[in-house]
Ligand binder design. Structure first.
Ligand code: IMP
Length: 435
């Protein structure tokens, strides 16, 4: 099998967790390259629902090695709590999970800073997940951060914490606030965590290189999505990591020519959590109905997701930035009851038509969608397993999206279960989806 990257094509929550879970049997390794426990990948197994934040869902598959790369920010408490949850299912997590020595460590003061910064911004807040992700990446970029390699040595923990504390307290003084962080406990907890995790710490780039040389296949798993990417997303309403394809290279230490295929994951409509532009947003009962049918509530924070129609400008942009060769279209069944389905094919900004996402967020906020209406199918699609099982209007809708985005659609998801998936065998990239 080739090495394939899975990238979110909208603002996250496209259903990457299900797709990764579905296609993992075709791979020996699943490697995550960005973000932290801000992500929420929901995996459904029969009547069991598991939400994973840090650990790749590949952990649920026997013998699959799961890797947390250098591009991640790891909250030790969150990682260990999640590992315990998975272990409760009878899975030996630590036998199949390795953590990069270069990944950054997310600390209690990062969470405090995240909340402080959101509070201070008031109505201009980003609507972060409040997990401390941004501040941890800030410390990384400022070259003060603590890495996993540091938690293996007590002196190093103390040294790094001293620098982080000095900066944090200077910020608090500047803001005129006080925040109690138990630095001694933090140091002790890190030391204990370091001792526990040491056997699973690896040079991930070297490990992946060796494994790929042996002929093993890697699934590169992206968290968040292209429009939340620090460089290519709707800045400043973004997360602080590289959620697009570039993140595979920087976040794992894997050269680009080792990425054999790139699959975008795109929902049949659009959602977003947090603030920032969303041109197709429906602030009415139609949007409410999409939210209810789609269960559009944040997997990490439980916040209601903002819902709107499919935005082809967004998906096309993602396809270009990432080089998607195919897209998996998820949650098609949510559209089942609709008579008519508008698809955004471009934007109107004052008197001009825009076919690209403007960099200026104020302009983007003012963009209004130009819609083409597609006929709904008004039939349940949850049972569909073959292309021929889909109603003709649904096939038209999928084809239209493929045409607008400019790539093939090898997979359509029609329900949360793994088998509620239609693979289009005519698509070249459908071969990536089978073991
Ligand atoms: P942060 O990543 O917590 O800093 O949040 C920054 C923005 O990214 C906010 O709008 C969050 O709602 C959004 N975000 C972060 N992680 C996810 C995710 O996994 N799915 C969807 N949105 C996310």
């Amino acid at each position: 099998m080739p090495n394939i990257a899975i990238i979110g094509g909208q603002w996250g929550d496209e259903g990457k967790g299900k797709i990764v879970d579905l296609i993992t049997p075709a791979f020996e390794i699943v490697a995550r390259f960005n973000g932290g426990h801000n992500a929420g990948h929901t995996v459904i197994r029969g009547d069991r629902k598991l939400v994973l934040h840090l650990i790749p869902s590949g952990i649920l598959h026997e013998g699959v090695l799961c890797v947390l790369g250098p591009g991640l920010v790891i909250d030790p408490a969150a990682l260990e709590a999640e590992a315990k949850e998975v272990e409760a299912l009878g899975i030996d997590v630590w036998a199949n999970l390795v953590v990069s020595d270069r990944a950054h460590v997310l600390l209690p003061h990062h969470r405090a800073l995240d909340l402080m910064s959101e509070e201070r911004k008031g109505s201009a807040r980003l609507g972060t997940t409040g997990r401390g992700i941004g501040p941890c990446y800030e410390d990384k970029a400022a070259r003060r951060g603590m890495r996993i390699a540091d938690v293996l040595i007590r002196e190093r923990i103390d040294l790094r914490l001293a620098a982080l504390r000095e900066h944090f307290e200077a910020l608090c003084r500047g803001y005129g606030v006080t925040r109690d962080i138990d630095w001694k406990k933090t140091a002790d907890d890190l030391e204990a965590f370091g001792a526990r995790i040491a056997p699973r710490v690896r040079d991930v780039s070297a490990l992946l290189h060796d494994q790929m040389t042996e002929g093993y296949s890697v699934l590169f798993e992206g968290a968040q999505a292209t429009l939340l990417d620090l460089d290519h997303g709707t800045y400043p309403f973004v997360t602080s990591s590289s959620a697009g394809i570039g993140g595979v290279v920087t976040g794992l230490g894997v050269p680009p020519q080792k990425i054999d295929g790139i699959l975008g994951i795109v929902k049949a409509y659009t959602t977003r959590v947090g603030t920032g532009p969303l041109p197709t947003e429906l602030q009415d009962e139609v949007g409410e109905a999409l939210r209810e049918r789609g269960g559009e509530y944040g997997a990490t924070t439980g916040r209601p997701r903002r819902c709107g129609w499919f935005d082809a400008v967004v998906a096309r942009y993602s396809a270009r930035v990432n080089g998607f060769e195919g897209i998996a279209l998820t949650k098609l069944d949510v559209l089942d009851p609709l008579e008519e389905i508008p698809v955004c094919v471009g934007y109107r900004y004052r008197n001009t038509r825009l076919d690209e996402i403007p960099a200026d967020i104020a302009i983007y906020e003012e963009c209004r969608p130009i819609y083409e209406n597609m006929k709904g199918w008004k039939t349940m699609t949850g049972h569909a397993r073959e292309w021929a099982d889909l109603p003709v209007e649904a096939r038209d809708y999928i084809r239209k999206i493929g045409d607008l985005v400019g790539v093939e659609v090898p997979l359509v998801s029609v329900g949360p279960d793994r088998d509620a998936s239609v693979i289009d065998n005519r698509a070249r990239t459908s071969s990536w989806l089978r073991a």
